[in-house]
Design a binder for this molecule. Structure first.
Ligand SMILES: *[C@@H]1O[C@H](CO)[C@@H](O)[C@H](O)[C@H]1NC(C)=O
Ligand SMILES: *[C@@H]1O[C@H](CO)[C@@H](O)[C@H](O)[C@H]1NC(C)=O
Ligand SMILES: *[C@@H]1O[C@H](CO)[C@@H](O)[C@H](O)[C@H]1NC(C)=O
Length: 422
């Protein structure tokens, strides 16, 4: 019953997004400039509707409001993508002794993840208050990373020819190098949530020289193997991904769930006007147990979700689900031969990830299943701890938004950071 409603909701949102954006009057089926539903100009209107302003404030506005001075840096990747990275300055008397930490969010998300629930439970704030120099990154394609030196995301399909493989090979290394250059340090700490961990595993496998630049990495709700992924909608989409991708490619659509698209707009308004519905949505899609994150925080946090990724990225996750392997993007036999020199896509060799890794997972998380995390854990050569939060209700977003995340997760992060300082 639950499962059917998830399927219907997601398919409905997915299809509406496309139907609304296909301009069939044009012979080439190119999408029109996507409609901007969530522009700043709408703020007066939202205020009048009684929105809590945190719902629509961006990263720097939120950190300014709560008294955490933030710098905005723009990092250029080797392949020309421009990514904003937000630096929350350490709050302590001797900030010269502070260590840089690179935070990376998951799919459909942005750096906002780390500050949306406020100063008590936002990991960005908690780390800055503990004297860390916090750098919250964004990957290509999201709201703060939707720019390129040459390509126009609105008109060049090549802009969207990427998956988490490119996040791992280009975005993460570029940001690491930038942080180390700016701070004059030789190593940093890393925290990844969800796909923010996948990206790291890709980097550590394909560009293993970066392992030496990381003191320790903590992965919250890690995603690599998806063999035991039994989410029925995701499976249904995965099984039909070839047809879906062909359909949307044909329609000239490469971007999905952008910040200024219809889905974001629906979620933003629903989460404020009908927060219980929003709560239910999170629970059906991630395994979240209702009531374990304050409703007010859920509505602010989810209103910042849906910030854009590529169709190809979703296709890549579909391939992981179908193959049961953690492997590079399958371009088809001819494409694979050209790109990888083999008929099948190569596996990511996670045995190359020599940096210390802490995995943090949860029993009720349906996006990062414990059995899949165990497969990963069994292959990591420098696994420090495979920690399962000892609360059966704990799920994918309790790690980052839960009112008790400071005790159950952040305390562990701080302990390990202290331990790996030298
Ligand atoms: C946040 O919004 C303000 C006001 O619209 C804008 O000036 C600022 O550049 C935005 N910050 C980022 C990081 O986009
Ligand atoms: C996308 O990029 C990959 C290499 O990064 C290439 O093999 C592939 O042909 C490209 N696809 C398209 C449609 O341009
Ligand atoms: C994976 O990496 C490890 C460590 O570098 C190496 O010993 C092993 O041969 C690699 N496996 C494959 C299949 O390349």
């Amino acid at each position: 019953m639950e499962q059917h409603s998830v399927t219907c909701t997601i398919l409905f949102l997915f299809l509406t997004q496309y139907i609304l954006h296909i301009d069939t009057s044009r012979p080439t089926f190119r999408p029109t400039r996507l409609v901007s539903y969530s522009l700043p100009q709408k703020r007066a209107f939202k205020k009048a509707l009684g929105f809590n302003e945190d719902v629509y404030l961006n990263f720097t506005e939120l950190t300014d409001k709560y008294g955490y001075p933030t710098e905005v840096h723009t990092v250029t990747t080797d392949d020309g993508y421009l990514l904003d990275v937000f630096r929350i300055l350490p709050k302590c008397s001797d900030s010269a002794k502070s260590y840089p930490v690179f935070l990376l969010h998951g799919i459909f998300d942005t750096a906002d993840l780390w500050v949306v629930t406020g100063t008590k439970t936002g990991l960005g704030y908690v780390l800055a208050s503990n004297c860390y120099d916090v750098w919250a990154g964004n990957h290509r394609g999201n709201f703060y990373g939707r720019r390129h030196v040459k390509l126009d995301p609105n008109t060049d399909p090549d802009y969207w020819n990427y998956t988490f493989d490119e996040h791992g090979r280009f975005d993460v290394p570029a940001i690491i190098d930038y942080i180390l250059r700016s701070t004059g340090q030789s190593k940093l700490f890393y925290v990844g949530h969800s796909q923010g961990s996948t990206n790291y595993f890709v980097m550590g496998s394909l560009r293993p020289e970066y392992n030496d630049k990381v003191r320790a990495a903590v992965m919250l709700g890690p995603v690599a193997w998806m063999k035991n992924f039994d989410n029925p909608i995701a499976r249904l989409i995965a099984q039909n991904y070839v047809a879906i991708k062909a359909f949307v490619d044909n329609a000239g659509l490469n971007e999905v769930f952008g910040r200024e698209h219809f889905v974001h707009f629906v979620v933003e308004y629903l989460c404020v006007l009908a927060p219980n519905f929003c709560d239910l949505g999170l629970s059906l899609t991630t395994g979240y147990k209702q009531g374990t994150i304050p409703l007010k925080d859920i509505s602010v946090a989810m209103a910042h979700l849906f910030s854009g990724t590529s169709i190809k990225n979703l296709a890549h996750f579909s391939q992981l689900i179908l193959s049961g392997n953690f492997q590079r993007y399958d371009e088809g036999v001819a494409g694979n031969l050209e790109r990888y020199g083999s008929r099948r896509p190569p596996q990511y060799n996670v045995s190359r990830i020599s940096s210390p890794i802490v995995l943090v997972s949860a029993e009720s998380d349906i996006l990062s299943k414990l059995k899949d995390v165990d497969i990963l854990a069994s292959k990591l050569p420098n696994l420090v701890e495979n920690y399962v939060v000892p609360e059966s209700y704990w799920s994918h977003h309790n790690h980052v938004w839960g009112y008790n995340a400071p005790e159950l997760v952040y305390a562990k992060i701080l302990d390990y950071f202290t331990k790996y300082k030298d």
